[in-house]
Design a protein around this ligand. Structure first.
Ligand SMILES: *Cc1c(COP(=O)(O)O)cnc(C)c1O
Length: 426
């Protein structure tokens, strides 16, 4: 056999022998915006006491106005990370210790730890095997008389099944939070992902489509929830003076305030969002088109009633067609010079849930009298998420790179080479 066709794991020459250019949405506009704030000397203009500055400085307010306009929502609240945003959102729901919140296991840890933060109990429902988003049927099965809310993640760039999920929530009087960290600008039936739930929001960390270094955005159309979130963001001292006592639930304030520099950068970043998601969409479409004839490779499924903004390009190996293991295929792709992730997340299997130890060493909150029933985190509760993690899922971090046509063609070529040699892998 010609050396050229030999797989790189078998000492052949790799298809890709250079590093793809890193994705960087930060440019001269962001630089100018940041310098302007620095020159003003006012890097944050929040005050913890009652008054106009309780809601932040000039750039915080301007950024929040721009977000409202862009996402067509009534309230936007910036926070210093989306992890803080999730904590703020759960706190605003009037959750009692021991209340249950249904959440997806196919997300990053913060989506579920926000629940524990308020001493509530995460209950994991399974995901759909095609879109990796929460399965409404599994949500239904996991509702108990203690359930108070659902946290949905719009994972990898595509919205969850919001019509079905909101319907279940209304029937059972549950609140819904959307973790849309990875899908800013994605649409679901014409509406922005993140704006359909009671509270939604986006991450502005360095790895996301647009970023301010660190940061997060909360969105809601509900005035009461918005006010509670603003209180939690900024110490909630004001609540003690001005809010009626029965509205003081979970007003344990934090400092989750985002700075003026970040907001000035965010204003510039938001202008780029449509452009950058169009680039990601086109890249993913090009890839999916190039890979569509490879037998046993399942490329990302995009549902008809929504779009996908491709934070991550998630694929599956169809184990019915391909007998070689995912491990070998990923090793072969990696050896050809393509960075491939072999797994994603099964949050319910993290040691904290397996050992049921969160606060202190005695098993709080699960062992406390607040937790009303035995919660099962055993392997087997989320069969789809576990199957994907153990056997079939792998993916490409499309948002990490600034890919050109040559890069995309080489990615396709890498897959073709590995696929044509599949029978030689063992
Ligand atoms: C990035 C991310 C978060 C956390 O956002 P930070 O801004 O980094 O705190 C939460 N959930 C998901 C799904 C994410 O991708």
């Amino acid at each position: 056999m010609k050396k050229k066709f030999q797989l790189a794991i078998n000492s052949g020459p790799p298809v890709i022998n250079y590093k793809f250019k890193k994705y960087n949405p930060i440019g001269s506009r962001e630089k100018r915006a940041a310098i302007k704030v620095i020159e003003s000397g006012v890097l944050s203009d929040f005050l913890g006491s009652n008054g106009n500055k309780f809601y932040g400085g000039k750039y915080v307010k301007k950024f929040e106005d721009k977000i409202k306009e862009f996402f067509q929502v009534k309230h936007a609240i910036t926070v210093n990370s989306w992890t803080s945003g999730l904590v703020t959102a759960v706190g605003a729901l009037d959750i009692e210790p021991g209340d249950e919140i249904i959440v997806t296991p196919w997300t990053m840890a913060a989506t579920a730890t926000a629940i524990l933060h308020w001493n509530a109990i995460p209950v994991f429902a399974d995901i759909k095997i095609d879109t990796f988003n929460l399965d409404p049927n599994s949500i239904k099965k996991n509702i108990s008389k203690y359930t108070k809310a659902i946290i949905v993640a719009d994972i990898f760039g595509q919205s969850a099944d919001m019509t079905e999920i909101m319907k279940i929530a209304r029937q059972h009087n549950l609140k819904v939070i959307s973790d849309t960290a990875q899908s800013p600008g994605a649409k679901y039936k014409g509406r922005f992902a993140g704006t359909i739930a009671d509270i939604g929001g986006f991450s502005l960390n360095y790895h996301k489509h647009i970023h301010t270094g660190e940061g997060g955005i909360l969105v809601t159309n509900n005035d009461k929830l918005a006010e509670k979130m603003r209180l939690i963001r900024n110490h909630a001292e004001v609540a003690i003076q001005s809010v009626e006592k029965n509205k003081l639930i979970n007003m344990i304030g934090h400092n989750f305030r985002l700075g003026e520099i970040e907001c000035a950068i965010g204003i510039q970043q938001l202008k780029k969002l449509n452009h950058v998601i169009n680039i990601k969409k086109n890249q993913a479409e090009y890839l999916s088109n190039g890979l569509k004839n490879l037998k046993g490779l399942i490329t990302p499924v995009v549902k008809k009633d929504r779009d996908h903004v491709f934070y991550f390009y998630g694929m599956q190996i169809d184990n019915k067609i391909i007998k070689k293991t995912r491990h070998f295929i990923c090793r072969a792709l990696n050896a050809e010079g393509l960075d491939i992730y072999q797994k994603y997340q099964n949050i319910h299997l993290l040691p904290m849930y397996q050992n049921k130890i969160a606060y202190g060493s005695k098993g709080f909150p699960w062992t406390s009298s607040y937790c009303k029933r035995e919660i099962n985190y055993s392997k087997g509760i989320c069969p789809n998420a576990e199957f994907l993690q153990d056997k079939s899922f792998f993916g490409f971090g499309i948002c990490q790179y600034n890919l050109n046509k040559k890069d995309l063609d080489l990615i396709i070529k890498t897959f073709e080479k590995v696929w044509s040699s599949l029978h030689k892998l063992n």
